[in-house]
Write a protein that binds this ligand. Structure first.
Ligand SMILES: Cc1cc2nc3c(=O)[nH]c(=O)nc-3n(C[C@H](O)[C@H](O)[C@H](O)COP(=O)(O)OP(=O)(O)OC[C@H]3O[C@@H](n4cnc5c(N)ncnc54)[C@H](O)[C@@H]3O)c2cc1C
Length: 407
């Protein structure tokens, strides 16, 4: 064995770098190393939030953690008390990264530059003397006396404690590192993607943003709400990304072929029928295409009239009960066929990973392998968009470091 470390972190992403810093701060004399298979640290953080880095969320609008962390909400509930969004805010501001909270709760660096976060973490690791080994892939972890032997692409490294933060592993391939340790890994499937929809009419609406839509997966109780974007290939935006997260497993099982229902306006059927009656009475002499609910735009309205098989030139006053019903049906439950998923330029995380049942919740240490810890997306924890995934990386990195340091 050529090198011995007190703690080796495998993976130089958000969770790994944060864990290395927190461990090194707790154990100033310890030898700490980060192994990163890529050529630079924090490559993903550099592109988060479209290069702006949605570093956390105020959690102000969060009614249930289950809606935010479809996988891992119980664990996160427990761990957010140890290191939550306020702690993240204070931590980064203390290190000179000034943050701002948007109206929607998303938190970004005031500089709007993800590289400020990357540089901050890299600087701290250097200052704390963390040994960074890039282009070093960990291949296997083998128990060795009181510690572990890590086989890497650059040789064998010894470690008393190991923190595994290899990130999400699409298809689960990267977990071969754990072969031989008998650690349960929950099947990995993608989460957070747009849905390709087979509908020519929708294509004509490319670029349309719906302020608040509800999208549901037919035949299930899975639904999501929020802004929605029509693209040239289908539907995207927060509501759809959330749906892809809640339904990650079921959509994968169905090979991304499914029917979804779009509710274009908020409110129940009765509300919407009433709003249409009001429109009709205030504009009875006007044609349907000229007067429409305020939350929709003209192009979308024409599309919806076509979906309801209504003549756009018809006068509002001539709209009968049955026709109004057809319009209400389309506004509250417009069905589309999903033909695949899209990941072009989208946020993308993995659902699945190291099973939480095999970990001690308070330290993230493996139940069967003392001294082996996990953090970040490598675990079966993932969130919807809004800064919650990075918060999970900071929180779990912090807790694993605390557990590994024993303080
Ligand atoms: C385009 C994009 C934008 C995003 N934007 C946001 C956002 O704004 N806000 C938010 O909250 N979340 C965002 N996310 C999600 C967020 O980036 C991740 O959830 C988070 O980075 C996970 O951190 P991690 O450290 O667990 O994993 P990662 O950041 O994936 O880091 C894991 C590291 O481990 C390395 N590694 C893997 N295997 C090995 C091995 N065997 N040996 C050595 N090294 C290895 C990898 O190269 C990688 O560097 C975004 C994701 C993407 C893809």
């Amino acid at each position: 064995m050529d090198k011995g470390f007190d703690c080796v972190v495998i993976g130089g992403g958000a969770a790994g770098c944060f864990a290395a810093i927190e461990f090194a701060r707790r154990c100033p004399d310890a030898r700490v190393a980060v192994l990163e298979r890529g050529s630079r640290l924090l490559a993903k953080v550099a592109v988060t939030g479209g290069g702006r880095c949605n570093i956390t969320n105020s959690f102000g609008d969060v009614k249930s953690l289950e809606r935010v962390y479809p996988r891992g909400h119980r664990l996160m509930k427990r761990l957010l008390y140890k290191f939550g969004p306020e702690d993240t805010f204070a931590w980064f501001e203390r290190e000179g990264v000034e943050l701002v909270t948007q109206d929607d709760g998303c938190v970004f660096p005031r500089s709007q530059n993800a590289m400020q976060v990357v540089n901050c973490l890299v600087y701290l690791m250097r200052k704390l003397g963390v040994c960074v080994m890039t282009e070093t892939r960990a291949v296997s972890i083998v128990p060795d006396g009181e510690g572990y032997r890590i086989e890497t692409s650059g040789g064998i490294i010894g470690a008393e404690r190991v923190i595994v933060t290899i990130g999400g592993q699409p298809g689960g391939r990267g977990y071969s590192l754990l072969d031989g340790l008998d650690i349960d890994v929950v099947d990995c499937v993608p989460s957070l993607y747009g849905l390709c929809v087979d509908d020519g009419g929708l294509k004509e609406l490319t670029g349309t943003v719906i302020e608040n839509a509800v999208v549901s997966l037919t035949g299930t109780r899975i639904w999501a709400e929020g802004p929605m974007l029509v693209t040239h290939w289908g539907l995207s935006g927060p509501a759809v990304l959330k749906l892809s997260s809640y339904a990650a497993r079921i959509l994968s099982e169905r090979d991304y072929k499914a029917d979804i229902m779009v509710r274009w306006l908020t409110g129940d059927r009765e509300d919407i029928a009433e709003r249409l009656r009001e429109l009709a009475s205030g504009a009875s002499g006007k044609q349907l295409h000229n007067v429409y609910p305020r939350k929709l735009n003209g192009r979308l309205w024409l599309h919806l009239l076509r979906r309801a098989k209504l003549d756009a030139g018809m006068r509002w006053g001539a709209l009968g009960g049955g026709e109004r019903n057809r319009l209400v049906n389309v506004l509250t439950g417009d069905m589309y066929h999903v033909v695949g998923k899209n990941r072009f330029k989208e946020e993308f995380v993995t659902c699945g990973g190291v099973a939480l049942s095999g970990l001690k919740y308070d330290t993230l240490e493996s139940r069967s392998h003392p001294g082996l810890f996990f953090a970040g997306e490598a675990m079966d924890v993932d969130a919807v968009t809004g800064g919650f995934n990075l918060q999970a990386a900071w929180t779990t990195g912090y807790v694993a470091a605390q557990g590994a340091a024993g303080v």
